[in-house]
Write a protein that binds this ligand. Structure first.
Ligand SMILES: [Zn+2]
Length: 434
């Protein structure tokens, strides 16, 4: 499809400035045009002399905002079946008595439908890219490719499921050029893997010169237990084992030492913060200001819907800045535009989606249109601050991934009806409860 957006306000990101800070990296083009040819953006700028006539569709943006889609840097999408059925428990009860036993009853087909439900929520909230860690990569790939979601899956090797051999097979099978679905090496976490498993995954990182993704230092207990066992923090343990020889991406990183952050900087380990999940499970407040002062690439994730429970990047952005202010006891600790950069641009880099990081010719057409004519978005004194402090999912008018409009004003174009998906997930929730 060739699609022309006109009369749009377009959020531009200066990549050079973005390397230093979110402040000053954004600008807005008024009365702009954005052209999409196939899966990529072909033009961004003022109205050209000739716009041509070979458009499948021409969309009057009516002064509304076009911006890159949000990147949800860490999630377990299919946990939608546990929404509002695994809450207000201590973390270990939540994990061992609810999540693990009920997940064990899921089939690949169940995970397919539960992932589709999450995709609906992502699209209606302006999310165009996710980093996924879950159980059945094949059925997840089928769900995201049908729905039209750009997805970076990562392995979750641990002592109970997913072997390094299985992960290597997925790694080789799921990285086809042109596919919406990619696959990265990954372990669930240091505390769920034996030394032998960690060594095998480090060998794969060496073999493929590939980064490794993992949960890291989510709780104080995890760090304390690791120290007792090894004398080192989880970051130091994984680094020593060779996991990060080609970089990596770590989720959570709530309890990090100065030395851990130095390792991240030296090894180009990217960090994804998950504020709502960390709050709801009482894990703590991540030192996001320190991530930035150490020059780390930072993204934002929702984590799974069993620990959040919604998949909403507007809420996550507000929490990142609000919690950083609280943690540092300084209302100037974290600028809204810094956070917006994490949700759009740095977040794309944190999970390797370099071709979806901004709106520019040649990039994937992964974008959203935001309603600027809603009361919560007026007046437009500062677009970035409006988005972070007063914006909401209700402002998302349209979501496009790879040139395909997957959501538009309440309607989904994902190859399935809403009723079919809701019914299938209701059945999965019921079946898993026993
Ligand atoms: Zn997680």
């Amino acid at each position: 499809m060739n699609i022309r957006f006109f009369n749009a306000r377009i959020l531009l990101i200066d990549g050079e400035k973005a390397k230093v800070s979110g402040k000053g990296a954004f600008s807005a083009l008024e009365n702009g045009e954005l052209h999409v040819k196939g899966e990529r953006i072909s033009y961004v700028g003022e109205k050209p002399e000739k716009t041509g006539s070979s458009w499948d569709r021409e969309i009057d943006a009516k002064g509304n905002l076009l911006m890159p889609g949000f990147k949800n840097g860490h999630t377990h999408s299919a946990m939608t079946f546990l929404r509002s059925d695994a809450d207000d428990l201590k973390l270990q009860d939540w994990l061992n008595n609810i999540c693990f036993p009920r997940e064990a009853r899921l089939s690949a087909e169940d995970i397919y439908y539960c992932t589709l439900l999450a995709c609906m929520e992502y699209f209606s909230g302006g999310i165009t890219g996710i980093c996924e860690m879950y159980l059945t990569p094949d059925s997840i790939a089928r769900a995201v490719e049908e729905a039209g979601m750009r997805c970076v899956q990562c392995g979750g090797v641990n002592n109970f499921s997913q072997s390094p051999e299985q992960m290597e097979e997925w790694f080789n099978r799921h990285n086809k050029p042109g596919s919406l679905n990619e696959f990265r090496l990954g372990i669930h976490a240091e505390y769920t893997c034996s030394e032998e498993l960690i060594k095998k995954v480090a060998d794969l990182a060496e073999k493929y010169h590939a980064p490794v993704y993992c949960h890291n230092s989510e709780t104080a207990k995890e760090v304390e237990d690791c120290r007792k066992r090894t004398g080192l923090t989880p970051t130091e343990t994984l680094e020593k084992a060779g996991i990060f020889q080609y970089g990596g991406t770590c989720f959570h990183c709530v309890h990090m030492t100065e030395h851990d952050l130095e390792i991240c900087r030296e090894r180009d380990i990217r960090v994804v913060t998950n504020p709502a999940s960390n709050l709801k499970l009482a894990s703590g407040i991540a030192p996001v200001s320190s991530f930035l002062s150490h020059g780390l690439t930072v993204g934002i994730g929702t984590d799974g819907p069993a620990s959040n429970n919604c998949l909403d990047m507007f809420r996550e952005m507000f929490l990142v800045t609000g919690l950083a202010k609280l943690k540092e006891n300084d209302a100037a600790a974290m600028d809204a535009e810094e956070v917006l950069l994490m949700a759009l641009y740095s977040g794309a880099h944190a999970i390797g989606l370099y071709e979806s990081d901004c709106l520019a010719p040649g990039k994937y057409a992964d974008l959203v249109m935001i309603d600027m004519n809603s009361p919560n978005m007026q007046p437009v004194n500062n677009i970035g601050k409006n988005l972070v402090y007063s914006g909401s999912k209700s402002n998302v008018l349209l979501t496009m991934v790879g040139g395909r409009i997957v959501y538009e004003e309440g309607r989904y174009n994902i190859g399935h009806t809403t009723e079919e998906i809701y019914e299938a997930v209701r059945d999965v929730a019921e079946k898993s409860r026993v």
